[in-house]
Design a protein around this ligand. Structure first.
Ligand code: ZN
Length: 115
């Protein structure tokens, strides 16, 4: 009884196979928008005005335009960007609906509106 250890398997002719594309770099698209936190501001701190018995009457300000950020108190209402000019002490975000004023800060706590 002999142990048949035959290596008679027909080896296929070597076929060149390209290496797998393991070196393919993954590029993660930075589509995530800048994370901003909204901080409510005291209107008296951002706009010149008078405190009356009926409330704070601010000088007329002209928003530049709607922002991507929505008012936390009014869902779906885009905040208006108000830039610092005559009666505006500092740039801020303004909600036309609830007349709240906001500052937008980054994750690091830096205001994106204060230059
Ligand atoms: Zn609002």
């Amino acid at each position: 009884m002999t142990i048949a250890s035959s290596h008679s398997e027909a080896r296929p002719s070597p076929v060149f196979t390209p290496p797998p594309p393991s070196a393919e770099k993954q590029y993660y698209e930075r589509s995530t928008p800048l994370t901003l936190s909204l901080i409510e501001l005291n209107p008296q701190d951002v706009v010149e005005g008078l405190m009356t018995e009926k409330g704070f009457v601010a000088a007329e300000v002209t928003p530049v335009g709607p922002m991507r950020e929505a008012c936390p108190h009014c869902s779906g209402v885009a905040l208006q960007l108000v830039l610092r000019h005559r009666h505006v002490k500092r740039s801020h975000l303004f909600c036309r609906v609830c007349t709240r004023c906001y500052d937008a800060v980054t994750e690091n706590g830096h205001s994106v509106l204060m230059l």
